[in-house]
Design a protein around this ligand. Sequence first.
Ligand code: FA5
Ligand code: MG
Length: 416
Amino acid sequence: ALSTAPDLHNSQGCIELLGQKYATDEWTNVTPKIIEKLDRKLHITKNHPLSHVRQIIANHFYKSYTNRGNNPLFSIYDNLSPIVTTKQNFDSLLVPPDHPSRKKTDCYYVNRDMLLRAHTTAHQVELISMGLDNFLVIGDVYRRDEIDSTHYPVFHQVDGVRLCTGDEVFQNVKGSGKLNIFEHRGVEGTDKQGCHTLEAVKVMEYDLKQVLVSLAQALFGQSVKYRWVDEYFPFTHPSWELEVFFNGKWIEVLGCGIIRQEILQRAGISDRIGWAFGLGLERLAMCLYSIPDIRLFWSLDSGFLNQFITDDPHKKITYKPVSIYPQCSNDISFWLPQDSAYCSNDFYDLVRDIGGDTVEQIQLVDEFVHPKTKKVSHCYRIIYRHMERVLTQDEVNDIHKKIEKASKDLLHVVIR
Ligand code: FA5
Ligand code: MG
């Protein structure tokens, strides 16, 4: 039913994603615009706002859980392929075969067996099966959705899992020598699964909620207003959602709960109870940096990206909107004069004098010393953008020529 499918298929009925070929079938509904996003990896792009939020969250878990040697307990997986099987995304998490979240209208399918992960929870079972007890999975997720200021078909999630033995659960509970995490012939209620003891669930719930509330406080300040709401997920019970009050409204930040014991059993774990959570990075970053539109995260515009350049992910940054009109960029390279003093600031002033407010940014992008003559060359990138209208390339070229001429005449440089 999808109009995009035919031109994606070659004659053999296959499709190439991240360098790998996949057979297509009547389930295939990935589109070229979505495929373009597969290798962007915004969450691990240096200085990207989503990468800063990822780092804050990672630091929070590194510092919240350490072993006796003070080393972090959590390991981080932030580069797993977003192309997963329906088994990973759904079946391994007990999502029933007829669950609405599996619908072709809601997911991007590669074919009937594979899809672009709809949540980072898709990796939970494989990592638990590998023997991991404490880990975070961070990555891009794909859901078919409209495009507006808060929804985009690609966004980023962080999933966390912690598994504990009985000893670990009760290690800080006084006089708990004889407490168990499992109970036989127990019944499932709203507060617990049949197989768990209520005391084990309560200790895990307390640990889960306190690490997530302290994360919200690390992001939004100690006085952040929050509330817990009961939720349902096929893979956890009981389950909750955390909401924070921001700019006059409640925002859903994450879902979490006690992992279904059947999932752990199938992964070969019989002596532990676990919690899990999943949160969205975009919503946090939009609140944190006052970013008004979710589409901006995909911007390649330096007017956006340059506002987030910092080596300290905890630095407070408030996004200042840039003009909605497109940028034009032109480079200028010249040999510096050898017999008179030159400084970049003179050039910046000259550019501002001539270009006025059409110049948005100037960057020194290259500096080069000729090995023989010892002459120095600078290359600057000038980024033009009008605040009120689209600038034409002709107009920009005209300004650029004037800048070249004035640089020769006034700064005595030699244009290369
Ligand atoms: C999930 O995806 C579950 N996998 C979370 C989970 C993991 C629960 C482990 C329990 C255990 P949900 O669809 O509610 O749940 O998404 C989780 C979070 O992702 C949301 O709270 C929200 O922060 C973010 N999110 C969901 N949909 C969008 C969207 N369209 N745009 C931006 N962020 C979104
Ligand atoms: Mg939700």
